[in-house]
Design a binder for this molecule. Structure first.
Ligand code: SAM
Length: 292
């Protein structure tokens, strides 16, 4: 029986056979630990009815483990050099399909509707390329693709910011952007030694479970995110100063900002990092009366 792809010896053999050299610029750090991979896949709670979406299959280490449990796997890979390798390593898994595309340029809604016709339960599971972690996550969430959730490996520092709670140093506009759409939790911290080559930063796995409704109902979603970003402009400044300095026409409308803070029961001396998503929602609706 062939060994799993994600073992140090098999990975080495595959890389050697194809003369493959890693491209740092594409975030190529491949997993070489089947145990870690299985734990990642466990967190996704796949069944034989699930469609799995992977971003960046590499030489197929995670794809193989997904294929063993899911009904179908669809993987987006940007690096053309990996296509013949994947055709070889994934040949025992005909229900795993690789699309040669930059996931950031993909029409996900259309592709998923075509590829997963008749499959209701969809999960994204990936070991993300770290240079584009946030744009990928924001694309998946903002385009509202019909997935149950997302289980991904990323930089620990980014995982900490995504799952942070109000009042902590890591809490910021990224925490709110992700928690607006999902319930976020760090489920594993992963040592560098399970990758080839080893990345420079620590890694973690987060699980994002999509909410049926956003965490807070707001009048104007785009303006809500503008208020959140403005509030975290300079972390050491009060929310009042940040809104005055960072909202368009904020300086000319200081009185209206003070009024909105008062209506939303937010002390103008507080810092953005202490406000819950619900408080930001209320504040954005009040500010929207004079700004949006
Ligand atoms: N899944 C494999 C594993 O765990 O061993 C490889 C993960 S490696 C961290 C990231 C992969 O994403 C690489 O194969 C890289 O070529 C691919 N990649 C980088 N940028 C991409 C993009 N914009 N769209 C699709 N794939 C991308």
């Amino acid at each position: 029986m062939t060994k799993d792809i994600a073992t140090p010896t098999r990975t080495k053999e595959i890389l050697k056979k194809y003369g493959f050299t890693f491209k740092k610029s594409l975030g190529q750090n491949f997993l070489i630990d089947t145990n870690i991979l299985n734990r990642i896949v466990d967190h996704a709670e796949l069944t034989d009815e699930t469609g799995a979406i992977e971003i960046g299959p590499g030489i197929g280490a995670l794809t193989e483990q997904l294929a063993k449990r899911a009904k179908k796997v669809l993987a987006f890979e940007i690096d053309q050099r990996l296509l013949p390798i994947l055709a070889d390593t994934l040949s025992p898994y005909p229900h795993a399909k690789v699309i040669h595309q930059d996931v950031l340029k993909a029409n996900l809604k259309e592709t998923l509707a075509q590829e997963f016709e008749g499959i209701e339960d969809l999960m994204v599971v990936a070991n993300l390329p770290y240079y584009v972690t946030t744009p990928i996550l924001m694309k998946l969430l903002e385009e509202q693709i019909p997935v149950r959730g997302i289980v991904v490996m990323l930089q620990k520092e980014v995982a900490d910011r995504i799952a942070a709670k109000p009042g902590t140093k890591d809490y910021g506009s990224l925490s709110i952007a992700i928690q607006y759409y999902t319930e976020a939790e760090t489920v594993m911290v992963v040592p560098k030694t399970v990758f080839n080559p080893q990345p420079n930063v620590d890694s973690a796995v987060i699980r994002l479970i999509r909410r049926n409704e956003p965490a807070v109902k707001v009048e104007n979603e785009a303006f809500f995110f503008k208020v959140v970003r403005a509030s975290f402009g300079q972390r050491r400044k009060t929310i009042l100063n940040n809104l005055v300095n960072n909202l368009p026409n904020g300086k000319a409308n200081k009185a209206a900002i003070e009024q909105a803070l008062s209506e939303a029961s937010v002390d103008p001396k507080r810092r953005g990092e202490t406000l819950s998503i619900e408080e930001f929602g209320k504040l954005s609706d009040e500010l929207g009366k004079s700004f949006a």
